[in-house]
Ligand binder design. Structure first.
Ligand SMILES: C[S@@+](CC[C@H](N)C(=O)[O-])C[C@H]1O[C@@H](n2cnc3c(N)ncnc32)[C@H](O)[C@@H]1O
Length: 472
């Protein structure tokens, strides 16, 4: 099969020119997927801008979103199938045609769009983005349509028995190194690993945090048409649809959008027992301010004050916005300067949060392209930073005070290894507190302690890791 002289560019003849060759939602999805793959854009930023620019709302916006997010999540599996169907490595197909084919294959294998509509609309799209390649695109998509997803997986994936990681990676569209890391964090349980991978490919729910003292979760659920959360005392699950930023409660600062797992780990720091004074709290990695917003609201109720540190200037501004009206002081500085920066004295704080920069493998549901961008080679620099920030946090906490180490990744190198290494090297006496005791009573699936790993497939949250340490 040959794609003859495909032409780059997008000379789309939109409805305004009188000829609508490609419907708007599909074209919007194409533009978003192309921007992500070509320009390293982020889908969650670029797609809303495209939808706004093209005036897409309601069902059209939902369809464009489903196509964009679904195609990006399933990229690994779709590319393997397209490589087979095209008889050549998908990487050698002209990028605009390749992205159009990915969208077409996604519709064929993952949606209820009838096959003829998926094929013809993709060929129309290819006509506008890669002229001359329509015959090629038509032939490839007909080949894809010849099998359903299960048939393609059994044809292309290595056997589960001999290569379980390779099999799961292809079947559930994750890079192998991530599947391996998840399986290790789940104690080698491949059934659970599979459930996690399936969950990662679903659209994540939107959770609100009803700020303590400012909103009641039951009333907020009534007001927003949502449901009170299962675990966090502040959580409300939204039913989907609409933009949460448009909700009155979010606009007027009574609530903010925050995964329930993030709420739980921030609350755990606030409820862990400390001996003695309890008025000085520190968030050493605060941007964009979700946990500072919740901790600041709790601090207001308890007469405490939170210092929120963020090294990136624009993110420090986001923290200031997220904590307006709360007893929070934002410092735009490097958290590792504890002891050197006068506003960050050693042995000073009663409660310290180190929500360290990490690979973010625990929130792949929310960032569809992230799994393909992250590399194992990202780990050394991140884990070094995690240990340095943890060491700084341990210097900042006073004897008898408590520190929460949190990552939005279940990778054991970022969780257990980082926290035990940093504690060991700190030269400070520290004890692990059983983090389960700082989470809601009766919460299932928390393991044997003392650290806790939350999971999308167990708890419906991001895969947040929590270790609580008390300085002796
Ligand atoms: C995982 S995010 C924190 C999320 C935040 N706690 C929340 O709930 O919204 C990590 C943050 O640490 C910041 N960061 C990275 N290195 C830092 C450093 N050396 N000192 C302070 N902040 C740092 C990053 O810019 C990023 O905003």
């Amino acid at each position: 099969m040959r794609d003859t002289a495909p032409r780059r560019g997008t000379d789309r003849r939109g409805p305004r020119s009188g000829r609508p060759p490609v419907d708007q939602p599909r074209h919007a999805a194409y533009e978003a997927v192309a921007a992500v793959n070509r320009d390293d854009a982020y889908a969650n930023l670029v797609l809303p801008a495209i939808l706004r620019e093209q005036g897409l709302i309601g069902r059209d916006a939902a369809f464009a979103t489903e196509l964009t997010y679904g195609t990006l999540r399933r990229l690994g599996t779709l590319d393997a199938i397209l490589t087979s169907a095209a008889g050549r490595d998908v990487q050698r197909i002209d990028p605009p045609v390749r992205d159009a084919l990915r969208l077409g294959a996604y519709q064929l294998l993952h949606t209820r769009v009838p096959a003829h509509a998926a094929v013809s609309s993709t060929v129309d799209l290819v006509r506008t983005v890669g002229q001359g390649a329509t015959g090629f695109a038509n032939a490839v998509l007909r080949e894809v349509a010849g099998r359903d997803l299960d048939e393609w997986v059994s044809r292309l994936a290595p056997p589960l028995e001999t290569d379980p990681i390779g099999h799961l990676a292809l079947a559930y569209s994750h890079p192998q190194w991530i599947v391996r890391a998840f399986a290790e964090a789940l104690g080698g349980d491949l059934g659970e690993t599979t459930r996690l991978l399936i969950e990662d490919n679903e659209r994540p729910p939107v959770h609100l945090c009803a700020r303590p003292g400012l909103a009641d979760p039951v009333e907020l659920a009534d007001e927003t048409g949502g449901t009170p959360g299962a675990f966090s005392p502040y959580a409300v699950y939204l039913d989907g649809g609409g933009s949460p930023g448009d909700l009155a409660a979010v606009a007027d600062g009574r609530a903010h959008v925050q995964d329930e797992g993030s709420q739980l780990v921030a609350t755990a720091l606030a409820v862990a027992p400390v001996d003695g004074p309890d008025g000085r709290w520190l968030d050493l990695c605060a941007g964009p301010g979700g946990k500072s917003g919740l901790l600041g609201a709790i601090a207001a109720q308890r007469g405490a004050r939170l210092t929120a540190v963020e090294v990136a200037e624009h993110r420090a501004r986001l923290v200031a916005n997220a904590t307006r009206g709360l007893p929070v002081t934002v410092l735009n500085t490097d958290g590792r300067l504890v002891g050197a920066e006068p506003k960050l004295p050693e042995r000073h704080f009663d409660r310290v949060l180190v929500d360290a920069p990490c690979t973010g493998l625990g929130s792949l549901r929310r960032r569809p392209e992230a799994r393909w961008r992250r590399q194992p080679s990202d780990l050394p620099a991140l884990t070094r930073l995690q240990r340095e920030l943890l060491a700084a946090g341990l210097r900042a906490v006073r004897p008898g005070g408590v520190l929460a180490y949190v990552t939005c990744s279940p990778h054991t190198v970022e969780t257990h290894v980082s926290v035990t290494e940093a504690a060991r090297r700190s030269g400070t006496p520290v004890d692990f507190v059983d983090a389960r005791s700082a989470l809601p009573t009766g919460m299932p699936g928390l393991g044997d302690g003392p650290t806790v790993q939350l999971w999308p497939h167990r708890h419906g949250t991001d895969a947040m890791f929590l270790a609580l340490l008390r300085r002796g």
